[in-house]
Design a protein around this ligand. Structure first.
Ligand SMILES: [Fe+2]
Ligand SMILES: [Fe+2]
Length: 279
């Protein structure tokens, strides 16, 4: 019953923004160009403004001032600019307060940016490939909380009871609602027609050991999320988590030293990016 209601509410959720979807469709398009992105963004001047703020943030490391979308594409590349468009559109959705998870306004956004930065940091630190869209997968990993928050609120007594029995927050969601925020998020992103590896990484980010197959993008998002929960960014009701999956850390070859180095940079960069979009 609940599950049906939740699935229905995914349909009524305001889309992340037509601009993001139009630009995402260009990822797979061999003809994609700055001109086509400009056309896709024409009706959303706010997105272009946010995109330029992001492009000029220190995280992306361009020393000269970027003043136009064309310039951003020529300096950062089409793929990076596409990721920024998605981030600029996702900001509006993820900056809201999330009831049920005890996340005040902006906290899920800060957590999402931190997981993106940590994921890219891990990829660099380990010298591995995890898919070009790792930034976007990490940014959207908890988007299901936006949908599920209201239901978590309504069923808080059952969730608390499940937590009291020693279940993790995600297990408690499933026990009380029949579904967790990872499954709802994956469902939502699949409806938005995001690439399959992003949907897969979001679906299994809390439970990579139960995923039908291993995938480097999933592994990295999982570890980056746990890392941000270890250092306390965007915890809300989920609380601290101290251990990523052992199978995943072994598969990635990630050790404490790697985690420490990535963690020390994550906080700074996440704040920097959050400020770029709050300006
Ligand atoms: Fe999550
Ligand atoms: Fe998370």
């Amino acid at each position: 019953m609940r599950l049906e209601e939740i699935t229905r509410s995914v349909d009524t959720l305001p889309a992340m923004g037509g601009a993001a979807l139009r630009v995402l469709a260009l990822i797979e398009d061999a003809q994609a160009s700055a001109a086509r992105i400009e056309k896709a963004l024409r009706e959303d001047p706010g997105v272009t403004a946010n995109l330029l703020r992001l492009a000029n943030s220190a995280y992306f490391g361009i020393p000269s001032r970027i003043g136009s979308l064309r310039q951003a594409v020529s300096l950062l590349g089409l793929r990076r600019v596409t990721q920024m468009v998605v981030a600029a559109c996702a900001a509006a959705v993820l900056q809201r307060p999330v009831e049920g998870y005890d996340l005040p306004a902006g906290e899920l956004w800060r957590h999402s940016l931190a997981v993106s930065v940590a994921a890219e940091g891990l990829v660099r630190e380990l010298g591995i490939g995890a898919g070009e869209e790792i930034f976007t997968a990490a940014l959207l990993h908890d988007v299901g909380k936006i949908v599920l928050g209201r239901f978590v609120c309504e069923e808080m007594a059952r969730i608390e009871a499940a937590l009291g029995r020693g279940l993790t927050f995600e297990e408690a969601e499933t026990a009380a609602l029949g579904v967790d925020h990872a499954a709802v998020g994956a469902d939502l992103l699949a409806r938005w027609a995001l690439p399959a590896d992003i949907v897969y990484a979001v679906r299994w980010h809390h439970d990579p050991d139960r995923a039908p197959a291993s995938h480097p993008m999933l592994d990295v998002v999982h570890v980056a999320n746990v890392l941000c929960r270890m250092i306390g960014i965007g915890l809300g009701r989920e609380g601290l988590q101290t251990e990523p999956s052992e199978t995943v850390t072994r598969r990635l070859g990630v050790g404490t030293g790697h985690l420490e180095r990535v963690a020390s940079r994550t906080l700074q960069w996440a704040n920097e990016l959050a400020q770029a979009l709050a300006a």
